[in-house]
Design a protein around this ligand. Structure first.
Ligand code: B12
Ligand code: SF4
Length: 540
């Protein structure tokens, strides 16, 4: 570039000295030289940098948090970290908290925007892309559970690429190809639109060395007060679950990896050292009081758990929360968790009716085993959050009260329940379609706390209402006769307020699952402001 600059200067000088020049010639030459120089500089730099793959690609993620939730979206954080590690730029905008989303996206000028999509939230994201396109030019890529099981969402005009399964390597491969100006339509895990056609690629085997991945990125959240100040942080010690519960996505994903990639090692753990190093690093750089592991099944490997407890107790020692499965719980496991300062565990009961649990949910586990596990946690002073569903196929309202009875025996600090949603293409979704509970074309609702999508006749409303009184009935069993009456009334806002109020109280003060500090209230304030802004069209 320097050489080019001096040539244009020389040219201008030579012409200036020429005997035939008139008074305006030097000026014209100078302007012409400056313009040529500017254009060639700009183009040459850009061209040469692209030729050598020097310009980092800009990959933005735009994500809508679940309402009143400040759970870290670990999947996106893993992707951002890996994208940055490989020399590209990446950031995250939260649609609910970004003061002016469209302006922020336009200013960021992303090459690619990634969206992490669960079933039910796809209409939201398609509309969002439509609106974003008016403010920026970008390639859209959808990943996460919905495109994984519904890759045909690529047929929507808003979608350019979808990613099936884990995306850590796929997103980096895509950005590298774009950077080099090469064809990216043949990359594993991706379905790509090209010249009006969709190129469908197989998935690649899973990454078995999770330690090779960078720690999930937390820096992108610092711009959001509630996230930056929340002292409850989420972590992943591994990936996968060995079980095949009929309503969960795991059996489906496992099958997809087995059939397409010949993958047999679906469950993977990071080394204890690697996990503890991340915890130490996060504690050093961010507020951290509660360590919340979001692994589907934290206790899946007892040997690993024992080693983890020993190292964690010495080097971290902060209160910890994780997910367990009753059939894997014994005294040794509970002792390890206690040593690791586990204060709360989440454990699925799902249905109190053993037959439903075994046959419909494919969870072969007795009530006695669940109670035995719960008693062990009580013995060691670890609080329990149970996980349950109401409105299951073949379930009667009486069966749902059986679930309440088993929970009452377990004595959880909070009995969490969702209204059953058949997630598309899981075994239970097929069962619902086969038995006429669901039309195969039914569009998934974005939340499992609002309505029952399956055909339960007149009892539909009762299940939806019972969901609101579920935890209270377990806390105060004397309310059960009243609840039996109230659930027959129409759904109303008061039931919802009671439900949210009790849930919020237990999550903040008993289970320590949400940050009970100022940050949470500021977050609520943020939501109110967001709603106001949305009302006046400032954000989405
Ligand atoms: C923690 C969690 C939450 C948290 C955080 C959500 C989040 N986005 O991470 C909270 C509590 C907020 C939550 C809420 C909900 N959740 Co949730 N959640 C989970 C859970 C237990 C762990 C998620 C996780 O961290 N996984 C580990 C990471 C590494 O995997 P990942 O997120 O799938 O990301 C990888 C790939 O999918 C892919 N990928 C993901 N996004 C993208 C984007 C791009 C562009 C690319 C290229 C790749 C890519 O690459 C990532 C790295 O490999 C999963 C079960 C599970 N084990 O995954 C359920 C799960 C994702 N949740 C589920 C559901 C249904 C919900 C809700 C709809 C429930 C509701 N409210 O009614 C909401 C939706 C909220 C939302 N905005 O998306 C379902 C989704 C089922 C489906 N078919 O869509 C799951 C699979 C559980 C299940 N029932 O089977 N959830
Ligand atoms: S144990 Fe939990 S995570 Fe594992 S398959 Fe069953 S529901 Fe899914």
């Amino acid at each position: 570039m320097k050489g080019h600059l001096s040539v244009t200067k020389m040219l201008a000088q030579v012409k200036y000295c020429d005997s035939i020049h008139s008074t305006c010639f030097p000026f014209i030459y100078l302007v012409a030289a400056a313009v040529t120089e500017y254009i060639t500089n700009a183009f040459c730099v850009d061209y040469i940098q692209r030729l050598h793959g020097l310009i980092p690609m800009k990959c933005l993620f735009v994500y809508k948090t679940a309402s009143l939730d400040i759970t870290d979206p670990m999947g996106i954080m893993c992707l951002i970290a890996n994208v940055k590690k490989h020399g590209h730029e990446s950031d995250l905008f939260l649609t609910n908290l970004e003061p002016n989303l469209f302006k922020a996206v336009a200013e960021y000028k992303p090459d690619v925007i990634g969206f992490s999509v669960t079933s039910g939230s796809e209409p939201y994201y398609l509309e969002l892309i439509r609106r974003l396109r008016k403010h920026a030019k970008f390639i859209s890529i959808l990943g996460g559970p919905h495109p994984t099981f519904f890759p045909e969402i690529i047929d929507e005009p808003e979608v350019d690429i979808i990613c099936r399964g884990e995306g850590d390597d796929a997103i980096v491969a895509l950005l590298n190809k774009m950077q080099a100006g090469e064809d990216y339509s043949m990359l594993p895990n991706l379905w790509v639109k090209k010249n009006g056609e969709v190129i469908k690629n197989q998935i690649m085997p899973l990454n078995h060395s999770l330690d090779s991945l960078p720690f999930p990125d937390r820096a992108s959240f610092l711009k959001y007060y509630a996230y930056a100040h929340s002292s409850v942080k989420h972590f992943l010690a591994g990936r996968g679950c060995p079980y095949d519960c009929a309503y969960c996505f795991n059996h489906k994903l496992k099958k997809m990896y087995r059939e397409e990639a010949n993958e047999t090692q679906y469950c993977r753990l990071r080394s204890v050292e690697n996990v503890v190093q991340e915890l130490e690093e996060v504690r050093k750089n961010y507020p951290l009081k509660i360590v919340y592991f979001h692994d589907d099944l934290f206790i899946m490997n007892r040997v690993w758990l024992k080693e983890f407890a020993e190292v964690y107790s010495k080097r971290v020692g902060l209160p910890m929360i994780c997910y367990v499965r009753a059939n894997l719980v014994n005294e040794e496991v509970v002792k390890s968790l206690k040593l690791a300062n586990c204060v709360t565990i989440a454990m699925g009961i799902e249905s109190g009716n053993e037959e439903l649990r075994k046959i419909v949910l494919n969870r072969d586990m007795t009530n006695a085993k669940i109670v035995e596990a719960a008693d062990l946690f009580h013995k060691y002073g670890i609080s329990i959050m149970t996980q349950n569903m109401v409105g299951l196929p073949d379930e009667t309202v009486e069966n749902a009260f059986e679930t309440i009875a088993v929970n009452a025996r377990v004595k959880p600090a909070y009995a969490w329940a969702s209204i059953f949603q058949p997630y598309p293409r899981t075994a239970l979704w097929h069962y619902c379609v086969k038995k006429g509970y669901l039309d195969a074309t039914h569009k998934q609702h974005a939340s499992y706390q609002v309505e029952s999508p399956i055909n339960k006749g007149q009892t539909k409303r009762e299940f939806e209402n019972l969901h609101k009184f579920f935890a209270l009935c377990i806390e105060f069993p004397s309310l059960i006769p009243l609840a039996r009456r109230l659930i027959k009334w129409p759904n109303n806002i008061l039931y919802n307020l009671i439900y949210r109020g009790f849930k919020g109280y237990t999550h903040i003060f008993r289970l320590k699952m949400s940050s009970g500090e100022l940050g949470f209230f500021v977050y609520l304030w943020g939501i109110m402001l967001y709603k106001l802004r949305r009302a006046i069209g400032r954000t989405y």
